[in-house]
Design a binder for this molecule. Structure first.
Ligand code: ADP
Length: 512
């Protein structure tokens, strides 16, 4: 049979998604297998590596069956994976720890000393990963401090995708992309960074071999070819991180075209053709290829703010929406749209969960500013939607210093379901907002990378035919002027309150 299909496997935090994609970028079949995130204590967020491995194997087998194709028709399997995971394994690749995910916060105590005493900013500028508990660098500092016997027994420290490849092929390889999200990898030399390794307390030998994202592995170990239902010489492309592949697969990789995702949290990402880091340490920089880097910043307070409105602030209104047979989010946005742009001067700082980029301030808290007797619930709802966009805007401004002026925003995540919220974004940033057709951008990106690795395509230009954009919002000049004025006040309020945020966070800690 002729080989016509690429399988993309996207290893996420809630599930592994597998897709069968044809050469024209059509998703022929998709499949998703969920697994739990374990939180034995509030500061831990772990997964079982064997559970994820089983989901990958079953997901590939099941999606091939769903698509009704033969294993012999598969061109390659290409991978996308969540970033920042860490697993200690022994020589037989048995896990000695759970998979410690990006969401795990146990190493937070190492942030400040690393920044203040051990050249944290310098290490960030060489590695591209912000100094944060998500970073494997800090997780290794934690393991060395609290689990020294375990560290002594460890053969290698690897991430979840390396674990999958180690089991399938018996070798530990890490792609440049995931390596660049470990906090241990020198972006310019494309090799492990000596200074970061010293701080983490690991040697190169304890880590995987860094390889390009287009590296092909072949020769599946014996039981797995059968389990997967694929010929044992099927090429497996090591692939990259879900973040950079989402930019590729969303078609957001020209200068000034930024991808904005708002799900529970949110992020803004753009691409540059060389590794660039932020002098102030606010943004990340992750690799896809030698000439394709994704820079950006993540915020904690994205869609979760609207959920808070629905479940805490506007519960009655949400209920009213349900009674009318509507999604409460749609009803609440309908109410918000009855108020004019700028919520008549009500500004919301949506910092309820502390904040990452660009402030990196865990003590920040939410603020309604400018409340008057004139304001009602509708104003409050609208100001929350606007406040989340102001947050995105502040990251975009930091990003523009590295990637150039914003020309277009490509929207994704739950927020992109709302035309009203998308228009607020266009009006605030003063740029068009478009919505790509497919929601599987990481998987599509992995499939493109797979075709490139095989030499089936010469560059990524065909992704534009794969990713159609149906909707486009143009900024409204009048509203843009209103938002310009309010974002200036919003920024001033944040900086004026820095000390008070520390004080109130300390108070809350004492009284919790
Ligand atoms: P995640 O993938 O992080 O679990 P999603 O991408 O599904 O999250 O986004 C969930 C968020 O999207 C919700 O918290 C809400 O803020 C927003 N959202 C979902 N549906 C709508 C809608 N119809 N209108 C506006 N916002 C919505």
């Amino acid at each position: 049979a002729s080989k016509r299909y690429v399988i993309a496997a996207d290893l996420g935090t809630t599930s592994t998604k597998t897709l069968v994609i044809d050469r024209e970028g059509r998703v022929v079949a998709s499949h998703s297998i969920e697994y739990p995130l374990y939180t034995p204590t509030p500061d831990r967020a772990e997964q079982d590596p064997q559970e994820i491995f089983a989901a990958v194997v079953r997901g590939i087998r099941d999606v091939v069956a769903k698509a009704g194709i033969l294993g012999s028709e598969v061109l390659c399997v290409s991978f996308s994976s969540a970033m920042h995971s860490l697993i200690a394994v022994d020589r037989d690749f048995n896990p000695l720890t759970p998979c410690i995910t990006w969401a795990d916060n146990r190493s937070v105590e190492f942030v400040k000393p690393l920044k203040e005493e051990r050249n944290g900013l310098g290490i960030y500028r060489n590695t591209g990963t912000p100094i944060h508990p998500m970073s494997p660098l800090l997780k290794l500092m934690w393991l060395n401090r609290y689990e020294p016997e375990l560290v002594a027994r460890t053969y290698k420290f690897i991430g979840i995708k390396e674990f999958v490849f180690a089991k399938l092929f018996g070798q530990c390889v890490i792609d440049y992309s995931l390596a660049s999200a470990t906090g241990l990898f020198n972006l310019r030399r494309l090799d492990w960074d000596e200074e970061a390794l010293g701080v983490a307390g690991v040697s190169k030998e304890q880590l995987s071999e860094p390889v390009p994202t287009t590296r092909i592995m072949q020769g599946l170990l014996s039981p797995y070819a059968t389990d997967l239902g694929l010929p044992s010489d099927t090429p497996f492309v090591v692939g990259a991180s879900d973040g950079v592949l989402a930019n590729l697969g969303g078609g957001a990789f020209e200068q000034g075209v930024y991808a904005v995702t708002i799900g529970t949290s949110g992020a803004v990402r753009g691409t540059v053709n060389e590794p660039l880091t932020d002098p102030q340490g606010r943004l990340f920089c992750y690799a896809l290829k030698e000439d394709f880097w994704v820079v950006g910043g993540a915020i904690n307070n994205g869609g979760i703010m609207f959920r808070w409105v629905r479940d805490q602030l506007a519960t009655q209104e949400a209920e009213e929406g349900r009674k009318r047979g509507l999604d409460p989010y749609d009803y609440l946005t309908e109410l918000a749209s009855q108020v004019t742009a700028g919520s008549d001067g009500l500004i919301f700082l949506p910092l309820l969960a502390g904040e990452r980029a660009p402030y990196w301030n865990a003590n920040a808290r939410g603020v309604f500013f400018g409340l008057s007797l004139f304001h009602d619930k509708k104003h409050m709802i609208r100001s929350v939607l606007e406040g989340v966009v102001y947050r995105i805007h502040s990251v975009a401004l930091a990003l523009e210093e590295l990637g150039g002026r914003t020309k277009e925003i490509r929207a994704s995540g739950g927020f992109a379901r709302s035309p009203f919220w998308r228009q607020i974004m266009a009006d605030t940033l003063g740029t068009p907002v478009t919505v790509p057709d497919s929601i599987e951008s990481s998987g599509l990106g992995a499939a493109q990378l797979g075709l490139l690795a095989l030499g089936e395509i010469r560059d990524f230009s065909s992704i534009h035919d794969w990713v159609r954009s149906t909707v486009r919002h143009e900024p409204d000049a009048v509203n843009h002027a209103v938002y310009r004025e309010l974002t200036t006040i919003y920024t001033q309020v944040y900086y004026q309150l820095k000390e008070q945020f520390d004080a109130i966070a300390a108070f809350q800690k004492r009284h919790s």
